[in-house]
Design a protein around this ligand. Sequence first.
Ligand code: ZN
Length: 132
Amino acid sequence: METFPVETRERTEVVDVTGLVEGAVRNSGVHEGAAVVQTPHTTTAVVINEREGRLMQDLLDWAARMAPDGAGYRHDGIDGNAHAHLRGIMMGASVSVPVTEGRLALGTWQSVLFVELDGPRSRRLNVQVLGD
Ligand code: ZN
């Protein structure tokens, strides 16, 4: 498994990590298999979608509508970030992408996106490439 550092700069932010995942696939030498991409943090997410600036803001705005900050959550009594945990749960902590002919089988408009929901922080991204 490879672990990559991801430095986020905003409270909420979308970071395109497709290049990191492609690098892990290259380093693995795997031609046919899959890449599992996972965040080890509970207030971040990993999703696949189109990296378009306005859509990225729409994603963050949508998450904020679904899980507003400070809506009386019990967990806020501990560290005040229940909204970020819940947004992370909605989006998911991992994705898997098929690898074929040594490349990620992403669609033309697809990117692998790391979503910061309680930044800025020093984060990590795990990529495990399986196959042969
Ligand atoms: Zn928390």
